[in-house]
Design a protein around this ligand. Structure first.
Ligand code: DC
Length: 221
């Protein structure tokens, strides 16, 4: 099986990029953030303090997650309910960032992620895929862009969906999540030593896509 790991901060365009690359390569696209988001959603609904592992970890027993592919698109099921849309809410982004800091939550999801990669050629996106989940991945990419550029893209994307948001708020949010994701003790966001750094601050989507596609093709033929 071939494993491609794409890690990087939020808003770097990983999921849009990975989805399209996977389609072109005929690989399964795995959005691992959706798993953390589904746990965040569950804890949000439960109304507990998500920064407190003593409150979060026992509740994992009540959580059953499943990834299913419907017409080629990944859907995440939380205790049988398709929560794929709901997990995209901003409140859930923050919840996911909080719960993902607990080692117990990360351990809970490790096997699910590895199992998919054992059975399929995957292009998996996340924060610790190249460093922890698939350390032997044949290709590792660390995709990033400046916080300002990521905030600008996110503001435009939300505006296109009819949601009016303030750029400064989005930027503050991105900075907060960058900080949380890279300063936590458990599997912090960092570039694997053997990962290729791709910075798309100056690139439009098409240019960045071609760069990555050529890079991957160059490696796996
Ligand atoms: O990629 P995303 O924005 O959907 O991820 C949501 C949160 O989950 C993010 O704040 C960090 C966390 N996450 C993680 O810790 N490890 C992953 N492999 C994927 C996401």
């Amino acid at each position: 099986m071939i494993q491609i790991a794409i890690d990087g901060p939020s808003g770097a365009g990983k999921s849009t990029m990975a989805k399209r690359l996977a389609k072109e390569l005929g690989f399964l696209y795995v959005d691992t953030g959706a798993l953390y988001r589904a746990i965040g959603l569950y804890m949000l609904r439960a109304g507990i303090d998500m920064t407190d592992s003593a409150q979060v970890l026992p509740r994992l027993e009540e959580v059953h997650l499943e990834l299913r592919y419907l017409e080629g698109a990944q859907h995440v099921f939380l205790n049988g309910e398709d929560v794929s849309n709901e997990i995209r809410r901003e409140a859930v982004s923050m919840a996911a960032s909080s719960v993902s800091a607990h080692q117990g939550v990360r351990d809970f999801l490790t096997e699910t992620q590895r199992e998919i990669a054992r059975e399929n050629n995957v292009l998996m996106d996340g924060r610790d895929i190249g460093t922890v989940i698939l350390p032997d991945a044949q290709i590792k990419i660390f995709l990033t862009a400046s916080a300002e550029e990521r905030a600008r893209r996110r503001t435009d994307e939300l505006a296109q969906r009819g949601q009016k948001v303030d750029y400064e708020e989005v930027l503050a949010d991105i900075r907060q999540r960058d900080y949380n994701d890279s300063h936590r003790a458990a599997a912090p966001l960092r570039q694997a030593e053997d990962a290729i750094l791709v910075d798309t601050t100056e690139d439009d989507f098409e240019t960045a896509f071609c760069k990555l596609r050529d890079l991957i093709r160059g490696r796996i033929g």
